[in-house]
Design a protein around this ligand. Structure first.
Ligand code: SF4
Ligand code: SF4
Ligand code: FES
Length: 259
C-alpha cells in the first residue's frame, strides 16, 4: 500500500491513483479508496454521521461497527474511526448499544461483592468464555475484570477496566448478557469513592484555590489585551521532550505555591 498522509485535520486526502476497493455498506456495494477508515469510507460515498460518531480518535466508543470479511465466517467488531476498510468487507453501524444501567447513590453503597450482586446480578452468570476480551477494541482483559468482580475484588476491576471507552462491544458478544461497561463503571466509582487512598496533594491544592492563592494569575490574564494574550501564547515555554525531571521554566513566578 502506498505511504501517504490520508488525513489533514478533519479532511480526507485521497491522492490521485489510489486503488479503489469494493465494500458493502448496509448491503449496498460501493467502491472506496483503500486505506480509508470505515468512518471516512462511509463519508466518501455520501453518508453523513449524525449519530454514532464523537471523537473520531478511538476514545469515545460511539462508532461501533459490525463486519464480516470475505471468506471469513466470523463476525468482527471494530471502531469505525480506527478500523481500515478491506476489500469485500460487509459492514454496518451500530449507533447505540442498549444496556441496563442501575441507578444508585454512590455514597450509600458499600464497596463489596453484595453491592455488585444487588445492582448487576447478571455479572455472576459469567461462563469464562473470554469472548468479551476478544471483542474489546481497547485490548482490555474484560473477562479478567468481570472475574475479579465475581470474587469481590473491586480494586482489580477498577484498575483493569480503566481504559474502557463504553463502546458496548463486549456486551454485544457476551452469552451471559452481562453489562460489562456499566458494572465496571460502578466498580471504578466504588473504588474512587470508598477505597482509593485520599490524594493529600489534591486536598492541599483545593484548599489553596479556596484561599484564592491563584486568583492573581487569573486576574493578570483577564487584564491582557487580545494581542498580548496571543503574544504570550506564541512565546510560551515548552517542557522538554523527552521529559526531564530537573527541568524548570525560566519564569518561576507561576510555579506551585507551597504552604
Ligand atoms: S463474554 Fe460474558 S460469559 Fe464470556 S467471559 Fe466475558 S463476561 Fe464471561
Ligand atoms: S470493556 Fe467493553 S465497553 Fe469497554 S472498551 Fe472494551 S469492549 Fe468497549
Ligand atoms: S468516533 Fe469516538 S471512538 Fe470512533
Amino acid at each position: 500500500m502506498p505511504q501517504f498522509q490520508y488525513t489533514q485535520g478533519d479532511r480526507t486526502i485521497v491522492p490521485p491513483g489510489t486503488k479503489q476497493i469494493p465494500v458493502y455498506i448496509m448491503g449496498k456495494r460501493y467502491k472506496v479508496p483503500e486505506g480509508l477508515t470505515i468512518m471516512k469510507a462511509l463519508e466518501y460515498v455520501g453518508y453523513r454521521y449524525i449519530r454514532g460518531c464523537g471523537c473520531r480518535a478511538g476514545v469515545c466508543g460511539a462508532c461501533v461497527t459490525v463486519f464480516r470479511l470475505a471468506g471469513d465466517y466470523r463476525l468482527h467488531f471494530g471502531l469505525a474511526c480506527q478500523t481500515t476498510v478491506q476489500p469485500e468487507m460487509y459492514l454496518t453501524q451500530i449507533p447505540f448499544v442498549p444496556a441496563n444501567k442501575a441507578t444508585y447513590d454512590i455514597n450509600r453503597l458499600k464497596p463489596d461483592v453484595y453491592t455488585i450482586e444487588k445492582l448487576y446480578p447478571e455479572t455472576f452468570r459469567c461462563l469464562s468464555c473470554n469472548t468479551c476480551t476478544k471483542a474489546c477494541p481497547m485490548e482490555i482483559p474484560v473477562m479478567d475484570y468481570i472475574q475479579a468482580l465475581v470474587k469481590g475484588d473491586i480494586k482489580t476491576c477498577a484498575e483493569l477496566s480503566h481504559s474502557c471507552i463504553m463502546c458496548g462491544m463486549c456486551s454485544l458478544r457476551c452469552p451471559a448478557e452481562i453489562q460489562h461497561f456499566h458494572v465496571a463503571m460502578l466498580a471504578r466509582r466504588l473504588y474512587a469513592r470508598h477505597l482509593m487512598p485520599k490524594a493529600k496533594h489534591l486536598e492541599k491544592r483545593v484548599k489553596q484555590i479556596k484561599e484564592k492563592k491563584f486568583d492573581w494569575m487569573l486576574e493578570e490574564l483577564m487584564n491582557l489585551s487580545e494581542a498580548e494574550m496571543k503574544k504570550r501564547y506564541a512565546e510560551r515555554e515548552w517542557e522538554p521532550e523527552p521529559y526531564d525531571p530537573n527541568w524548570q521554566p525560566k519564569e518561576t513566578k507561576y510555579l506551585i505555591i507551597e504552604d
